[in-house]
Design a protein around this ligand. Structure first.
Ligand SMILES: Nc1ncnc2c1ncn2[C@@H]1O[C@H](COP(=O)(O)OP(=O)(O)OP(=O)(O)O)[C@@H](O)[C@H]1O
Length: 388
């Protein structure tokens, strides 16, 4: 059961919803509808499932409908048509049709939101800002103190708890927003461009922190961004929106390798593919290498080949100077011991960036394995393909 499941969802801003739905069904575009009756189509026909523990990034240009879709999840926007199911213990709630009391329950126990503009109250201390939601639930300072301090510790702001927000930097203020969302202990987190007001370095740092925190907290996160690099970095799934519609949804690597239209291609063209592509997607598989009883030739015309032992298992890399047995390397492992002339066998899941670093350090092709068996090799052509 998906934690959030959105089906054929339409959001309309304006006074003529019934008419606008008809016009949408007749195939009128967003701008035609706007001209006809003044209504704005915020979201059109969105369908997407977000599983527990996923970070789903809604990505697209300004005005494409990302925030409109995000804000329907906790009922901040009315749903004109369609379904939006939120898992709640052993039941599911349809936000499109539930009553006010159920919506209030979802907002306090299931879904929290982090905004771009921090939304901190300047007259309250950092700790009081973090405790705001708990106080709204009727908790006293004595009751919330421990909980709030734990969350401030989590985001590295414990020592700053008694200061006012304006005494903190932008990045720190956004951490207060994060701590406030975590304090509500809801499983679902909605994040509306939370880092986009920050300068690039702090932004990148907070993205890293979010990824680290997520490993511990395992929330289900819907995250809005207009930056594909950010989406690729933090998203386990990405949904790309154009003109109120989801035009492509999938794993980051799918989006980069198979953009579905020119709009997505344009985003992809401005991103660094090495950050997201995996070795296995670009490697030259073993069955494309010429084979003889003792080896697989990597490059026709050169002496470079993969050497097999008597059992047919690939055990070494032969270059024109030497035959070198493989050294295993694990993803996220240290590169310190990797030296010139070393033959490295890495998991097929290796990121292209790491693979390229190994290639640079060893001067040799990187071989890839799955379940202990060599499945392919990354040649220089494979790196060029990734880059272009
Ligand atoms: N409350 C509202 N009332 C009227 N129109 C709205 C409202 N909220 C959003 N819209 C309109 O819906 C469309 C989609 O806006 P939305 O904020 O969802 O886009 P977005 O992709 O999040 O853009 P941005 O990146 O600029 O925040 C826009 O045309 C916007 O003007």
């Amino acid at each position: 059961m998906a934690t959030v499941e959105i089906r054929d969802l339409d959001v309309i801003f304006g006074k003529n919803k019934a008419e606008t739905l008809k016009l949408m069904d007749q195939g009128l575009s967003r701008s035609e509808i706007r001209k006809r009756n003044g209504d704005v189509v915020g979201v059109k026909g969105a369908t997407i499932s977000v599983e527990s523990g996923e970070i789903c990034v809604l990505m697209g240009l300004s005005g494409s409908g990302k925030s409109s879709l995000l804000r329907t999840v906790n009922g901040l926007n009315d749903i004109a048509r369609g379904e939006l199911w939120v898992e709640d213990g052993d039941r599911r709630v349809n936000v499109a049709s539930c009553d006010e009391a159920t919506l209030r329950h979802l907002r306090t126990h299931r879904v929290s939101m982090v905004f771009q503009k921090f939304a901190l109250m300047p007259w309250l201390t950092v700790a009081e800002n973090v405790a705001f939601g708990l106080e709204m639930q009727g908790m006293s300072r004595k009751e919330w103190t421990k909980q709030v301090e734990e969350k401030l510790e989590l985001v590295g702001l414990f020592e700053w708890r008694n200061l006012k927000p304006n005494e903190l930097s932008g990045g720190m203020q956004q951490r207060v927003g994060l701590a406030r969302a975590f304090t509500m202990d809801t499983d679902i987190l909605l994040m509306d461009e939370p880092f986009s007001a920050l300068d690039p370095l702090i932004r990148s740092q907070l993205q890293d922190e979010l990824i680290t925190l997520q490993k511990r907290l395992n929330k289900t996160i819907l995250f809005v961004s207009h930056d594909l690099d950010e989406a690729l970095k933090i998203g386990t799934h990405i949904a790309i929106m154009e003109s109120a519609q989801i035009v492509q949804a999938g794993a980051p690597e799918d989006i980069v390798l198979h953009p579905s239209n020119d709009y997505v291609k344009n985003f992809v063209a401005h991103t660094n593919p090495l950050k997201v592509l995996k070795g296995k997607s670009l490697m030259t598989p073993l069955d494309r290498l010429a084979e003889d009883p003792v080896s697989h030739q990597i490059d026709i015309g050169s002496a470079m080949c993969l050497v097999k032992n008597e059992q047919g298992k690939i055990v070494a890399l032969k270059s024109h100077t030497a035959t070198v047995p493989f050294t295993d390397w694990q993803c996220n492992g240290s590169m310190d011991d990797i030296q010139k002339g070393m033959a490295v066998m890495a998991p097929a899941e290796i990121g292209m960036r790491e693979a390229m670093e190994i290639r640079y350090r060893t001067g040799l092709p990187v071989c890839l394995e799955q379940e202990g068996n060599c499945v392919g090799v990354l040649t220089d052509e494979d790196y060029y393909e990734a880059l272009i």
